[in-house]
Design a protein around this ligand. Structure first.
Ligand code: GDP
Ligand code: MG
Length: 166
């Protein structure tokens, strides 16, 4: 089981936190700055039976300038090379313009897309379904995982699913 998986989501949803947890070392530098020049920072998850290369794509958001345009192009072209896409959203925030912009980009991506509802440690279990409702018709999702990248809830189960798919 091996392949490439991209993570997309608006700034601060927890993409780097997720990567750092899964890969177990600080490869994707955590930052609160929404726009940085980092792009396609990769980490490799390796076990005896699986190897998954994760691609962090911070460049997919509404471009503000020429550099933003470049990052956007670069991030979108990365999506053409992956086997699956993880679309991460924030369970503590309503679906917003940042999410909608990414959803529009993903409409052109013909790969399995997994919806990750992150930061469930900050909400009550009863609030998970209403969040999923906000997104479930936006795209065709292969699967939906409520997770906590910070505390690890449901992350091993997600990884198991991804490994089986590759
Ligand atoms: P990125 O911009 O998508 O890469 O987001 P980061 O991984 O840098 O995370 C942004 C902020 O959200 C940081 O302060 C993280 O500690 C926090 N964060 C990430 N995942 C979780 C989570 O599952 N639960 C909580 N409570 N905070 C999280
Ligand atoms: Mg990040």
């Amino acid at each position: 089981h091996s392949g490439f998986i991209a993570i997309v989501g608006r700034p601060n949803v927890g993409k780097s936190t997720f990567l750092n947890r899964v890969i177990g070392q600080k490869i994707a530098i955590m930052s609160d700055k929404p726009q940085t020049t980092r792009n396609k920072i990769q980490g490799v998850y390796t076990t005896k039976e699986a190897q998954i290369v994760f691609i962090d794509t911070p460049g997919i958001h509404k471009p503000q300038n020429k550099l933003g345009d470049f990052m956007m192009e670069s991030a979108l072209s990365a999506l053409k090379e992956v086997d699956a896409v993880l679309f991460m959203v924030n369970a503590t925030k309503h679906r917003g313009a940042g999410d909608n912009f990414i959803i529009d980009q993903l409409k052109n991506v013909d790969k399995p897309i997994y919806l990750l509802i992150n930061k469930i440690d900050e909400i009550s279990p009863d609030d998970i379904m209403p969040i999923i409702e906000q997104y479930k018709n936006a795209l065709t999702f292969k699967d939906v995982y409520p997770i906590s990248a910070l505390q690890g809830n449901n992350v091993p189960e997600l990884i198991d699913t991804l490994i089986k798919e590759l």
